[in-house]
Design a protein around this ligand. Structure first.
Ligand code: 0L1
Ligand code: MG
Length: 259
């Protein structure tokens, strides 16, 4: 069945539900329990949700990709990555501290981050997105779905700004090829090993996928923006203690998680 397109008021109501969940640190049921949402409307809800963050004083600092592993795409029955927005309020310093009470049921995952040095002209069909990037770094993302028990549909998670909650970036290095580098995430009692290859076979492919989605959804890619390319392993629950990610040959990033 084809989803009916939502009107402005319906978009506002659904974005408000997700915004309240984030502010109150209280989960909500899947939006899909009430209404069938078209993917175009899911991005419109995300736009309105992020506009609410900005009206409260947050500033956009970048974007993130989700569903960048074959396993996750297969699980969700999709073949396209999803894109969410990062704000300054989500940034945590490398070696700094983050408090668990900010989140509903957070998980953490190891990522590769890129930094844009130049504006990416979404209307230029010949634009070379790789040449717009000047730096790469190890990173960790804290995801915190606003949906009860992390139970969501593809359109739910897009509407919920792809579960974006916080992120930490390690030391930037000049842009270089990443390909297949071993990754280890240690977070509380969890240790997970993986590879950067899990990110679309090579994290560089995340830049090309991002460009496609950004063109279609009119998501600006501006100088200075951070790009979280996707998870190199499955996410693990975030618990108190040290969370540390090492990407061989790229570096280490860590954060102290407090109750
Ligand atoms: O990879 C990610 O950043 C997660 C995207 C959203 C799906 C989830 O919350 O598991
Ligand atoms: Mg992620």
């Amino acid at each position: 069945m084809k989803a009916k397109m939502l009107d402005r008021r319906e978009i506002d109501v659904l974005a408000g539900r997700l915004d309240d969940a984030r502010v109150q640190v209280l989960d909500v049921p899947s939006l899909a329990d009430d209404v069938e949402i078209h993917i175009d409307d899911a991005y419109r809800i995300q736009d309105e949700l992020v506009a609410r963050y900005l009206r409260r004083g947050e500033a956009l600092v970048g974007v993130k990709l989700g569903f960048t592993s074959k396993a996750k795409m297969a699980q969700m029955g999709v073949s396209e990555v999803i894109v969410g927005r990062l704000t300054d309020a989500m940034s945590v310093d490398d070696g700094g501290r983050v408090e668990l009470h900010r989140f509903i049921h957070p998980k953490i995952e190891p990522e590769v981050a890129y930094r844009l040095a130049l504006d990416v002209d979404l209307d230029d069909p010949t634009v070379d997105v790789e040449s717009c990037v000047d730096a790469v770094a190890p990173a960790m993302e804290i995801i915190d779905s606003r949906y009860r028990d992390f139970r969501f549909t593809y359109t739910d998670v897009v509407a919920d700004n792809t579960s974006a909650a916080a992120y930490v970036i390690g030391p930037w290095q000049p842009m270089r090829a990443i390909g297949d580098l071993p990754v280890r995430l240690e977070a509380g009692a969890h240790t997970v090993d993986g590879s950067t290859e899990a990110i679309l076979d090579d994290p560089i492919n995340a830049l090309h996928s991002l460009l496609e989605v950004s063109r279609r959804r009119r998501i600006p890619l501006r100088p200075g923006d951070v790009i979280l390319a996707g998870a190199a392993t499955a996410a693990v629950p975030l618990t108190a203690g040290l969370a540390r990610c090492e990407i061989d040959g790229l570096g280490v990033v860590s954060v102290e998680v407090t109750a």
